[in-house]
Write a protein that binds this ligand. Structure first.
Ligand SMILES: Cc1cc2nc3c(=O)[nH]c(=O)nc-3n(C[C@H](O)[C@H](O)[C@H](O)COP(=O)(O)OP(=O)(O)OC[C@H]3O[C@@H](n4cnc5c(N)ncnc54)[C@H](O)[C@@H]3O)c2cc1C
Length: 323
């Protein structure tokens, strides 16, 4: 029996799902990724991208995905070509009773006061961090090797037939279109873009991460990718401009240099903006009422890399369920 599957989206979610669908080796299955943008032009490419449950739903089902993704990234980090490294660093805490539930998955201990901003606490730990300029092409190459095909194509929004237009060519479509997924399906207007701006600087030799999500001057992080330090960030609910804002950038540079003084005057290499696909809950489910099977896989907010492999495992289960 043939099973033609389309995955809409070549961000970290679409690529991970396409990979797992192809890797499951179901006879007669073909997997095609349909994407408007090259993976390096997606929100996923703007990500830091560190494994950490930031701005994502927390529930028992999501906890399973966090765990699955972490285990997968640890294994992937053993392949030097993949662009994933295990990095040491500090999660800075500003709340009186900080949420340390994430330490159920990773070893962590309290950071020394001398490493922290005045008045803050923090946890020192080691987390997977992906150099997206390397990881996304690597993942795409893995997909190619498994027989996944890629088509540059824009699928129309639901008011112009949306995913139903794919029924001639495919039996199943997985919607992993990030912030535009709701518009493609036409039954969900609850996806909210949360704009994030970053600036990438030459690394003067600092190989640890620092994350200060609740910093008094705004969210601040320093993430050592292989090719740069990613300095962030912003958390602008509902903003959609993809143009880097110079004033915001100046603020990011100042906050990052306050956290890591060695960054003062670091050479700017590039800038990026992405729209986090935020939703009160992740939507990973079969969507009835279409002329082909439709699986939704979106709403990852600030944790798409963090949840990517767990999401892919769940999507594969859903595709298998009604076969
Ligand atoms: C500044 C910033 C920093 C971040 N840092 C982290 C981090 O450290 N860790 C972490 O886990 N997450 C992080 N995130 C969040 C993460 O980037 C997102 O959760 C993730 O990228 C969402 O992936 P996605 O594949 O769903 O969407 P996207 O990456 O946006 O990909 C969507 C895909 O769908 C395609 N598409 C959309 N509409 C159509 C259409 N109509 N037809 C065809 N194709 C279409 C696009 O072309 C694209 O290929 C960060 C985000 C930002 C902005």
């Amino acid at each position: 029996m043939s099973e033609r599957i389309a995955v809409i989206g070549a961000g970290v979610i679409g690529l991970s799902i396409a990979h797992e669908l192809a890797a499951s080796g179901v006879p007669g299955r073909t997997v095609t990724v349909l994407t408007e943008l090259d993976s390096l032009a997606t929100t996923s490419a703007a990500a830091g991208a560190i494994w950490f449950p930031y701005e994502a739903e927390r529930s028992p089902a999501v906890d399973v995905m966090l765990d699955a993704s972490l285990r997968r990234f640890r294994a992937i980090a053993e392949d030097p070509d993949a662009g994933v490294d295990l990095r040491d660093g500090i999660i800075i805490e500003r709340a009186g009773e900080p949420d340390r539930s994430w330490t159920q998955w990773v070893d962590a201990h309290e950071a020394d006061a001398g490493e922290l901003p005045a008045g803050a606490t923090g946890m020192r730990t080691r987390l997977p961090l992906a150099t997206m300029t390397q990881y996304l092409p690597w993942l795409q190459a893995q997909c190619h090797a498994l027989g996944v095909s890629f088509e540059q194509r824009s699928v129309a929004a639901a008011d112009e037939q949306g995913v139903d237009a794919l029924a001639h060519d495919f039996d199943v479509v997985v919607v992993a279109a990030g912030v535009r997924s709701g518009a493609l399906l036409g039954d969900d207007d609850t996806v909210v873009p949360i704009r994030g701006q970053v600036v990438r600087v030459a690394n003067p030799g600092f190989w640890e991460f620092r994350i200060d999500d609740d910093g008094p001057e705004g969210i601040t992080y320093v993430l050592p990718r292989r090719d740069c330090l990613v300095l962030g960030g912003t958390h602008e609910v509902g903003a959609i401009s993809l143009e880097p804002d110079p004033e915001i950038e100046a603020g990011i540079l100042a906050r990052a240099a306050a956290l890591v003084p060695g960054l003062v005057g670091a050479e700017i290499l590039s800038r990026a903006v992405g729209l986090r696909p935020a939703r009160a809950t992740l939507r990973i489910e079969e969507v009835p009422g279409h002329p082909l099977r439709v699986i939704a896989a979106y709403g990852h907010g600030g944790a798409g890399m963090t949840l990517s492999w767990g999401t892919a495992e769940r999507a594969v289960e859903l595709v298998a369920q009604a076969r």
